[in-house]
Structure formats: structure tokens, C-alpha cells
Ligand binder design. Structure first.
Ligand SMILES: *[C@@H]1O[C@H](CO)[C@@H](O)[C@H](O)[C@H]1NC(C)=O
Length: 181
């Protein structure tokens, strides 16, 4: 699963932002199921963070009321994005100029995809496709063409994220599915 935090440039209207290469900024956090023992699914289990399940419990409790994009629900709980993210590393990420994920796929988005995934309970995670009725909504890998994907330098000693060109492992190509061809 992937969470998108979408921001629009405040000096532009939405219509203007959609036709400006950096009109929108999206922060993308990948979300993975953690195993029953509370650990992450992949490498480096000891250092993987756990997000605040209380916040995700609150958020998912509204899902049964959301049937389609016209559904409205009155959210009375205070749910902070900060709590949803927990202690996931926010200093290491990939960045590229891309597009909206949905038609008309405007090339108006500066994407920031964080390297570390948020870990959450699989049962909570499954509530999203179950209640939203969306399954297998991913798009096949798209060609990068002349675009470049930048990465923070993955050095443990680096205090400030340094932007450096990175040779991407194959698995990362899935993240560039938002590129408009
Ligand atoms: C995005 O495009 C702008 C120019 O339109 C360029 O200055 C910037 O470096 C690009 N950013 C990335 C991450 O490619």
C-alpha cells in the first residue's frame, strides 16, 4: 500500500498547478504488513519502525462508511499524519519529476518517495481494498525515458540529505509508475 500526502503550491490555483511542472508535491510513503511478531517483513528487522496503531485504528474505523468517491464521513477523531507515519525515516528518499497517478496524469508533480516503509498490521491494511472495492489497481512499470530519479545519499554519517544520482535497482522501477508517457 502507498500513502500520498499531496500539496499544491500556494501561489497557484489548482487549475494553474495542474499545468505547472512543479505545481504539486506528493510525499509517498510505502506501507507494508508487519509479521505477527511485530517485525517488519524484510531486511534489517531490528531497525524497522512501528507506526502508531492507535492512529491507524482510528482512521480505518471510518472505512466502512466510505463506499465510493462520493461518500462523506464526519471525522470526529483527531488523526495526525505524524502519528500515522510513526518513527519511519523521513530523511531518506527518492525524488523525481513525475505526474498525477490518475487521468489526466498531468506532469505537474514533484514526487518524493521515502525509502523506508511504514509497517502496519495486515488486518488493518486489508480494510482499505475491502471497503474501497479497489483491487489490483497498480499500473505496469513505465519507461523512465530521459527522466532522472534522484536519491538522498545512503550514508549513515550524512547529516543533511545529499542529492545524488543513483543507479536504480530493478524493484524501484515500480515506483515510477506515475510517469506520464
Ligand atoms: C525537475 O524539473 C526542474 C525543471 O523543470 C529541474 O530544475 C529539477 O531539477 C527537476 N527535479 C528532479 C528531481 O528531476
Amino acid at each position: 500500500m502507498e500513502m500520498h500526502i499531496v500539496s499544491k503550491r500556494k501561489d497557484l490555483s489548482l487549475a494553474e498547478a495542474l499545468t505547472t511542472p512543479d505545481g504539486l508535491a506528493v510525499l509517498g510513503f510505502l506501507i507494508e504488513a508487519k509479521k505477527a511478531d511485530g517485525r517488519g517483513g524484510s531486511e534489517n528487522v531490528e531497525t524497522h519502525p512501528t507506526s502508531d496503531m492507535e492512529a491507524w485504528n482510528k482512521l480505518t474505523s471510518y472505512l466502512p462508511h466510505i463506499h465510493n468517491t462520493n461518500s462523506e464521513v464526519n471525522v470526529t477523531d483527531g488523526i495526525s499524519i505524524d502519528d500515522l507515519l510513526g518513527d519511519v525515516n523521513r530523511a531518506e528518499y527518492f525524488r523525481y519529476n513525475g505526474s498525477l497517478t490518475t487521468p489526466s496524469c498531468n506532469e505537474a508533480v514533484v514526487w518524493t518517495i521515502f525509502k523506508e516503509s511504514v509497517k502496519m498490521d495486515q488486518t488493518l491494511m486489508k480494510m482499505f481494498p475491502t471497503h474501497a472495492g479497489h483491487h489490483n489497481v497498480f499500473r505496469p512499470t513505465q519507461s523512465l525515458h530521459q527522466r532522472k530519479v534522484f536519491s538522498t545519499k545512503s550514508a549513515s554519517g550524512a547529516r543533511r540529505p545529499l542529492v545524488a544520482l543513483l543507479l536504480l535497482p530493478a524493484c524501484l522501477w515500480a515506483f515510477s509508475h506515475n510517469l506520464h508517457l
